[in-house]
Design a protein around this ligand. Sequence first.
Ligand code: HEM
Length: 422
Amino acid sequence: MSTVEREPTAGLGFDLSSLEFWLERTPAQRDSAFATLRREQPISWWGPVQSLTLPPELLSGGYWALTRYDDIRRVSRDERTFCSGLGVMFFDAPPEMLEATTSFIAMDAPRHTKLRGLVSAAFTPRQIARLEERIAVHAREVVTQLLEHREGDFVQLCAKQVPMRMIAEMIGVSGEDDERLQQAAEMLVNLGDPEVYGDRNPLELAGESIWAISQMATALAEERAAHPTDDLMSALVHAEIDGERLSTAEIAAFFNLLAVAGNDTTRHSTSHAAKALDDNHDQRAYLVEDLEARLPDAVEEFVRWASPVTTFRRTATRDTEIGGQSIAAGEKVIMFYGSGNRDESAFEDPYRFDVRRSPNHHVGFGGGGVHYCLGASLARTQLRCVFRELLTQAPGLRLGEPVPMVSSVINGIKRMPFTLEA
Ligand code: HEM
């Protein structure tokens, strides 16, 4: 804990820690607040985050908000000075919940290195090729089904489908468990929104979802330990570095991390990108003209544009400074990725959606360093496959107004109506 007393930033007309900022402001109003911060106070101090549901002891302490691209990259790449082991979420959560869900994203070396290494070892080229094959099959199926509906909610019928199916595929569940897993993962990723938890306690609902996912992953891990097949779960159970293997609890925590990290991120990138292409028919036409060659660059722009992960946190391990601002040991540092991806000093015309942008070194998957998104290549493949199908099979796709999700962690779209023009 730092002992330095700091005064929260004031006089800018908004408070990053307030419920009002995240619950009531529109995405455009928040964008404008971050533009002000990048210009006037790129590193600013804010008081404890407010919450409707968390107990006060979990809301202690303020934090530094990092809004510029260069600062986000610098902090991401210096894991000794800015650690993850003291938490990575914007707001805190009960420790037992973090233990069961965050896995190695909230760990430092040497444990992070070991667990990430073991998981990476299971993602062999053969496993990746197999997953990629399945992604293409799911994408075709999902878009074919979308065409049968002709109108409805794009998020439910398309954007969420491929990531959800891939999580089930990776864990290895099928049948009834598939439905249970989908419900639990869906609940876990949408819990910031009062519309989702209604009159239930969100912490309780989160606990139930985590329990369901852990149970399924544990049962399958035990089954594959005894009777290995050639699937990813078998590879995870048997992956070994220096004679060490992942424990069943570590595998369960990893799948909880996947259910969050690999699920809504890809879903919301799909929704934001589909909307941007519908709002910019010139970009869409350019892409369709030479789809295979142009999709990879476009996918980078989809992720920059969507910036589905709003924030991750680090904690300073020693007294240091960022951009001339001194930071005391123990102080929290929050990286606002969406702001980094709209930084005028890193991107030309950053508020323009431009699938031609190249190079496009966005921080959508993180700012580099040891925690850089492990699923980036799988996410890119999912986006390529879904948009290949959408752009060829559904040229008449038209999207209505998106309903934004309420969250300080995920920049999401809850619902978005679609129609298919002939
Ligand atoms: C467009 C989709 C995605 C986005 C925008 C995204 C974004 C991110 C970000 C910002 C981080 C943190 C980076 C950091 O702290 O430096 C991260 C970490 C991670 N992501 Fe992703 N992600 C996506 C898809 C996926 C998928 C599909 C998977 C799994 C298959 C996945 C698995 C992970 C894991 C395991 C980590 C933790 C890595 C570590 O701590 O070593 N992500 N992701």
